[in-house]
Design a protein around this ligand. Structure first.
Ligand code: NOJ
Length: 745
């Protein structure tokens, strides 16, 4: 008969529960819940401990290959301490009841889910949001996602993904913040804070999970899951900072990555999980693996079999096995053989139980199960409005010849393209429990405006996203001939980006570009509205379209936000956070390159260039247009020479010289001219987003310290080196003014 000691345990915890309101994620070296955690640990069998180190997917949804069924018995038997892909109050309550009422110790379950850019109310994809450079808006988007998830029974999101990536072929760039470590770190912090807030005292915050630790965004050739191989300096200067920023912001969990780094898979990488994560960065939360990544160490050629893989993972510092069932099957055996110590297991279980205490689950396992709250919070009007607001901030205007945009009210419009009336794709990849059919499409939004404003609107799909069927072209061309302006909504389907969705060619799929050529041939101005999850290459369109608007996947209210932009009800302010190449042959291409010994010169042969294409991208990092114009006065720097203790003050006056109010993202870059190791030609070190009325000016001031000039030097210490630097400011990473300064000892 099952031993029912839940009441005993509850009593025990009550006695010990003197201290609770602990700030989320504070890097406390002393565990405030230690005595309570230990009192639970003391009651646990080894099997139950291993159970806490195990997470399974339920059979509701799948985010990877399903290798495991019968999870309800696992809960009952104390063989599983967390679940993912299960949500809603009704379902999580049912499972929590099994854990609390039917398992021997009644330890509450933790419910995780991939809430990447919204739970039900879907926000723009993270790459899109990053183009807003608006940290408050990004934090708010994560906070709303947390509030909806928490209202639907969830405790934990597997986000933010903070992997830096310079690889547009890699489908998961849509989930990150782009190519730059400085901006990526600030966004990591904003998102962690949005999800977790200051503490878990209320019921609207969930655990964040920094992922994928580490280096997952740099797979060779952009192929998902592929080998990662980079110098330690590159790792520490570029790829590691956003994870560190997320940890410093208090993220309570972290996920290992699928890839290897310098020959060692992350899930078995003791240096990464123990030294870098816990010792250097003081991480006190728990480490979960990615989906079956323990088992995959066998394929990597790092472990002989699953049992060996489990030993490597446990000894490296993994606390929780996601979906692999390796700990469940073999850890006890490995402990008996003395290959893994019970102390290691106890430490992992302590870390997991501590988080359950921090969340308040031992006090009330059903804290997140309130149907009334779920009904009020999920898909609330306020959440949908917030989604529309940040969607507008994420849309980048790439081209606007002859002031084609904003659209003149009253003009007739031909709305064409496979994504014009599409709702399903607006939610984009990794859209949680999002419901595409509830989105507002571009066509929906334009129909609403046409009904109100009385202009003529026609619509034709023209072609599908993929495939070679051109039979719809004639209708698209025919309605276009009769219109004043053509809006072509084209791009990728949501399945073309995200996990396991690398592409070797990043052009517009199918016959979409061919259709645009026919539309341009009508002689009518063509506005190309792009929906996609990665930078694409479209040189012909870049040359011939009258206007180009990069909207990414904008979420639940995407169509409305796009119409707001196209009509000028919102003046576009976003700027790219990933470089757009002209051609796939230039990849990897990013703004922060090195100068090389033979810097680019298009007029001579013997330098670092291609024979068949220029080096420059189609659109550089930091680029984006507005419906107004901004001028930059001369950049001023407070001095010529600075010591390590001084503050370098750079300032530049910006004026709105156009006729509408608008926001400009003023960017500051630095270059260290001579180093003990070579330095990139530019590195972003500051930015400010300023709203200016027509004719209005603002002096934007940046303050730098020697720490902002630091890097991993020849001996791998992180410091600035004395010497000459350029301080550069401008509207994007290419159009920069520079001033020279010296840093002296
Ligand atoms: C695999 C993905 O790499 C990871 O990001 C995700 O959180 C898990 N599957 C769970 O769905």
């Amino acid at each position: 008969m099952r031993l029912r000691i839940w009441p005993v345990l509850a009593l025990l915890l009550l006695i010990n529960s003197c201290k609770t309101n602990v700030p989320a994620g504070s890097k406390q070296t002393v565990d405030p819940y230690r005595s309570q955690v230990d009192s639970v640990l003391a009651l646990m069998t080894l099997d139950e401990k291993i159970g806490q180190m195990t997470i399974f997917t339920t059979d509701w949804e799948s985010t990877g290959p399903t290798i495991r069924e019968g999870y309800q018995n696992d809960i009952r038997n104390g063989n599983c301490g967390a679940l993912f892909n299960s949500h809603t109050v009704a379902f999580t309550r049912k499972l929590q009841e099994i854990a609390v009422k039917e398992s021997r110790l009644g330890i509450p379950l933790l419910f995780g889910y991939d809430v990447i850019h919204g739970y039900k109310t879907i926000f723009p994809i993270p790459l899109g949001e990053s183009c807003s450079w608006d940290l408050a808006a990004i934090e708010q988007s994560a906070a709303i996602a947390a509030a909806e998830s928490a209202a639907a029974g969830l405790h934990w999101t597997f986000a933010p993904m903070v992997d830096i990536s310079r690889e547009p072929r890699w489908g998961r760039v849509m989930e990150g913040a782009g190519e730059d470590p400085y901006l990526g770190s600030l966004i990591a912090r904003a998102r962690v804070h949005g999800f977790q807030g200051d503490n878990f005292n209320g019921t609207d915050k969930i655990l964040a999970c920094i992922k994928h630790f580490a280096g997952y965004g740099a797979p060779i050739a952009g192929r998902d899951y592929n080998t990662v191989d980079m110098s330690m300096r590159m790792f520490r200067d570029v790829y590691l900072p956003p994870y560190e920023a997320g940890i410093a912001a208090g993220a309570r969990t972290i996920m290992t990555s699928f890839n290897e780094l310098d020959g060692v898979p992350s899930t078995g990488n003791k240096w990464l999980l123990n030294d870098v994560l816990r010792k250097e960065n003081g991480f006190t939360g728990f480490v979960v693996t990615d989906y079956t990544s323990i088992n995959e160490m066998v394929n990597h050629g790092f472990a002989a079999d699953d049992k060996h893989a489990g030993e490597l993972a446990a000894n490296a510092g993994v606390d929780m096995d996601m979906q692999g069932a390796v700990f469940q099957r073999y850890l006890k055996e490995s402990i008996a053989a003395g290959v893994v110590s019970e102390k290691t297991v106890d430490e992992a279980v302590r870390r997991i139980l501590r988080i359950k205490f921090e969340l308040g689950l031992f006090k009330d396992p059903f804290k997140y199960c309130n149907e009334a709250r779920e009904k009020a919070e999920v898909f609330s009007q306020a959440n949908l409005e917030a989604s529309r607001a940040i969607a507008r901030k994420s849309i980048v205007l790439l081209k606007n010849d002859n002031k084609t945009l904003p659209l003149t009210k009253g003009k007739s419009i031909a709305l064409v393209g496979p994504l014009a009336a599409d709702r399903e794709n607006l939610i984009g990849a990794w859209s949680g429990a999002g419901e595409g059919d509830k989105c507002v499409s571009v066509y929906d939004a334009f129909r609403e405006r046409a009904a109100k404003d009385g202009f003529r609107l026609t619509h034709a799909k023209g072609c599908a996203i993929q495939g070679d069927d051109t039979s719809g072209f004639s209708e698209a061309v025919s309605i276009s001939r009769d219109a004043d302006i053509i809006i072509a909504v084209v791009g990728e389907s949501k399945e073309m980006s995200g996990e396991a969705s690398s592409r070797a060619f990043i052009t517009l799929p199918g016959v979409q570009e061919q259709m645009i050529k026919e539309l341009v041939a009508t002689g009518k101005p063509v506005v190309v509205v792009l929906m996609n999850g990665r930078p694409l290459t479209f040189p012909w369109i870049a040359e011939h379209a009258a206007a180009i608007v990069e909207t990414w996947w904008t979420g639940s209210r995407g169509g409305l936000a796009i119409a707001d932009i196209l009509y000028g009800d919102y003046n576009p302010s976003a700027k790219l956070t990933m470089t757009f190449p002209r051609d796939i042959g230039q990849v990897p291409i990013f703004y922060s390159q090195k100068n090389t010994g033979r810097p680019y010169d298009p007029n001579t042969k013997w330098n670092s260039r291609y024979q068949d294409i220029v080096n420059s991208p189609q659109y550089p990092f930091g680029f984006g247009l507005s419906y107004t114009t901004f001028t930059y006065d001369s950049l001023k720097v407070s001095g010529k020479q600075y010591t390590f203790k001084d503050t370098i003050v750079a300032s530049v006056k910006i004026t709105n010289t156009g006729s509408v109010k608008g926001e400009e993202i003023v960017q500051l870059y630095v270059r260290d001219l001579v180093g003990s190791v070579t330095r990139p030609v530019k590195e972003l070190k500051g930015f400010e987003k300023v709203m200016l009325a027509p004719g209005e000016s603002k002096n934007v001031i940046f303050k730098l310290t020697s720490n902002d000039l630091a890097f991993h030097t020849a001996d791998m210490t992180f410091k600035a080196e004395p010497g000459t630097f350029w301080i550069m400011a401008g509207p994007d990473s290419e159009r920069l003014q520079k001033r020279e300064i010296r840093l002296i000892e």
